[in-house]
Design a protein. Structure first.
Length: 403
């Protein structure tokens, strides 16, 4: 039957070529679209990690739920000890303390409310590879009273590197405190909303402003993003007795998971559409082939073959077509993905962002495998109804087609 199926496939070379092209085109479309969506996941995730949240954050219990309103109530009294504990894990590349605050910034002309972070400049520079410095430079360890301001905030206050600003805030004790800073740079992250209000100053300066030696969170940077779940579970188990809670970057940025869910639904719909397109393209070819071979099927049944064997031949032919077309499409899709990725696809800024990026097509084995399955399944499904009809034609009526 296999030899017979192969001979029948290549009986009409033009029709076979058109069928294979339809299958291959569908598989190519799935490989490229799936790889493009995977690249969005990766680039969005890395932008979040390396411009704001890091891979994992460790804080006092309750901080992630209520700390945005009263960060001073959730301080790690010994952040250095926590950093040392976290940094001992082999998956960890860096651990750094941050101290959050809210207050007013004044440039001598106007005041604006801000959200700020006291950071460790050297470690934050290593983490913040997606933080774009629009003007000036990044914070350095020698900047005792230097400040980085978000791009939107800098535009609102018309700030440039070298200018002086004043930050006023309320300490945990209820007193007012103020410090003078020099703008060393203007940064831009992936979030326009964040850049419109955010500032970063050295951790020591933030502690001086708030009159504390503590920090709110220890931010963890990993060697590999895929280790996030394992490290989060490890740190959570170790930190629970000490009254600490641990959050992975996906939990800290829930809009990322919402974005992934949205694109997965879209890709699922695209898979169904392409399956239907391949099905409709192939079923026409199968109908023509089965109609032309009605006499042949009558002869087979007259020689003692059953109807299910006729169905088996037609299905086997289409299975071979599906496998050949899907494998050819997968190979072409991988080659196209590599070529497109080498050039890159310039993309405009996503919603709520000022920064565009260069997209690529990632070759993901699971997506390539699923695309092959879709191509094969669609081709086999296209054969079932015509094969069943051919098997139901009375032998006498089928043999008349030979005359």
């Amino acid at each position: 039957m296999l030899r017979l199926a192969l001979r029948n496939i290549f009986r009409h070379k033009t029709r076979t070529a058109m069928t294979l092209a339809a299958i291959a085109f569908g598989v190519i479309a799935l490989v490229l679209s799936g790889g493009f969506i995977q690249d969005i996941y990766v680039q969005l995730g890395e932008a979040i990690i390396h411009s704001q949240s890091g891979h994992v954050q460790v804080a006092k219990s309750g901080y992630f739920s209520f700390g945005s309103r009263s960060p001073e109530k959730y301080l790690l009294t010994d952040p250095e000890a926590e950093k040392a504990r976290v940094a001992a894990l082999p998956e960890v590349a860096d651990a750094m303390a941050r101290l959050s605050f809210a207050g007013l910034i004044n440039n001598g002309r106007t005041d604006l409310p801000i959200i700020g972070e006291g950071v460790e400049p050297a470690a934050e520079t290593r983490l913040g590879t997606y933080l774009h410095i629009r003007a000036g430079r990044a914070l350095e360890a020698s900047d005792q009273y230097g400040i980085l301001v978000g791009d939107g905030l800098a535009k609102s206050l018309q700030l440039r590197p070298g200018e002086r600003v004043n930050i006023v805030l309320s300490t945990p004790d209820g007193a007012m405190n103020a410090l003078d800073f020099e703008v060393v740079g203007v940064f831009q992250s992936f979030s326009k909303e964040y850049d419109a209000r955010a500032v970063r100053i050295p951790l020591a300066a933030a502690q001086e402003l708030l009159n504390t030696k503590g920090a709110n969170v220890v931010v963890v940077s990993l060697h590999r993003t895929r280790d996030t779940a394992a490290v989060t579970a490890n740190l959570a188990a170790a930190g629970k007795p000490a009254g600490l809670e641990v959050r992975a970057w996906t939990v800290l940025n829930d809009f990322y998971e919402n974005t992934v869910a949205l694109y997965e639904r879209q890709f699922g719909a695209l898979q169904l559409i392409i399956l239907a397109m391949v099905l409709l393209s192939v079923i026409n070819s199968v109908n023509m082939s089965v109609t032309e071979r009605t006499g042949e099927f009558g002869t087979l049944r007259a020689l003692g073959n059953r109807g299910r064997q006729v169905i088996g031949i037609v299905v086997l032919e289409n299975l071979l077509l599906g496998v050949i077309g899907a494998l050819a499409g997968a190979f072409a899709g991988v080659m196209l993905a590599a070529a497109i990725s080498a050039i890159g696809i310039p993309m405009p800024p996503p919603p709520n962002s000022n920064l565009g990026y260069v997209a690529r097509i990632r070759v993901v084995p699971s997506i390539v495998g699923a695309s092959i399955v879709v191509g094969v399944v669609a081709t086999v499904l296209a054969a079932l109804l015509p094969a069943w009809r051919a098997s139901r034609i009375p032998v006498v009526d089928a043999l008349r087609q030979n005359v």
